[in-house]
Write a protein that binds this ligand. Structure first.
Ligand code: BMA
Length: 335
């Protein structure tokens, strides 16, 4: 049995796998957990990230307004299921030593959050002459600091590792273009200070992948450290005759050199099946941005955006994911 390396989280949201259910990831039976209009100005709340915080939970939420402006908002929950989201978006101060220009806002979307040392580090898709990766942090989800963008445009899906790799901070991302990018591979980058990013490495792409992830792939939630490697849940996109379909699958990356892919699944583990995933502002999208994990039991709760409209919750375990990946391996896993 693979072991999650991390903290116990006995109060995390959880439901057992339904009897007779054969797939590796199952939905919370009261989904969606966050409706599109939880705050008065929102058109949609999706592709959002949560972390354990002060004995409960905090998060950063993508709320598109009723003017369809994309921005990120802080939220709080006692149980990880019922959320209160601030009615005003996050205001960033320049991080110490950073020029105030870093906080000029164009648009912000698809946040990720993870605790690294003493900071909750937030990354998101940040408008700066096109999409790139914004980086910020908070200690308390009240005061937020913004650093330099990690990369030149264009890039989406900046996902930090929850600890340094060697001496450096580490991030996965998906270089892109200005629009609804018709390509996408996963890359790895390092930084000594969260300002200067380099040592860029290719992780894997679509070239040798299966149909469900044949158009683009991108990192999803913060990678989960296990005693067998980094468990990376990633989104994969099919270009169907009816447009893009977003599902997610799993891979295992080397613990010390995470650009080395040890294993990758051939089958997706989760995709649009329910009404709220199949229809909405963008139909046929399940887009994972966060997990909560319990190292004692191997339980994993996955938070995902559904149809670019609402937020869903799903459950699995580290063993469910690894054994499904190994039962249906991708023989050409992406090099
Ligand atoms: C991607 C991003 C996501 C979105 C997805 C499906 O390119 O814009 O925010 O969920 O498309 O529309």
């Amino acid at each position: 049995m693979a072991k999650i390396i991390g903290k116990a989280l006995p109060n995390m949201p959880w439901q057992d796998k339904p009897a007779g259910y054969t797939k590796p990831v199952w939905r919370y039976d009261q989904n969606p957990i966050i409706p599109r209009d939880l705050i008065p100005t929102s058109n949609s709340i999706f592709n959002s990230a949560v972390v354990p915080f002060e004995g409960a939970y905090a998060g950063v939420f993508r709320c598109d307004s009723r003017a369809l402006e994309m921005d990120i908002f802080a939220g709080f929950s006692e149980d990880g299921i019922n959320w209160t989201i601030n009615h005003d978006p996050i205001v960033f101060e320049p991080a110490p030593g950073c020029d105030p220009v870093v906080t000029e806002k164009v648009y912000r979307y698809d946040p990720r959050v993870c605790l690294i040392e003493d900071k909750y580090v937030i990354t998101w898709c940040n408008g700066y002459h096109g999409p790139t990766i914004g980086v910020g942090y908070t200690y308390d989800f009240k005061t937020f600091y913004q650093c330099e963008n990690a990369y030149l445009p264009y890039n989406r899906n900046g996902v930090m590792f929850p600890r340094k790799i060697g001496d450096n901070y580490a991030m996965l991302s998906r270089p892109s273009d200005t629009g609804h990018t018709p390509f996408g591979d996963i890359f790895y980058s390092e930084s000594p200070d969260m300002t200067y990013w380099g040592k860029h490495r290719f992780v894997f792409g679509t070239g040798t992948s299966a149909g469900w992830d044949s158009k683009k792939v991108g990192p999803g939630p913060t990678p989960i450290e296990t005693d067998e490697g980094w468990l990376m849940i990633y989104h994969g996109v099919l270009n169907s005759c009816n447009g893009f379909v977003y599902r997610f699958g799993v891979s295992l990356l080397d613990i010390d050199k995470p650009w080395i892919v040890k294993e990758r699944g051939l089958f997706y583990v989760f995709g649009p099946e329910k009404d709220y995933e199949l229809s909405g502002d963008v139909p046929n999208v399940c887009f994972p941005c966060a997990t909560l994990t319990d190292a004692d039991t191997g339980r994993i709760a996955i938070y995902y955006g559904a149809a670019d409209t609402v937020t869903g919750l799903a459950f699995t375990t580290v063993d469910e994911l690894l054994s499904y990946m190994r039962k249906y391996p991708n023989p050409n896993f992406g090099k």
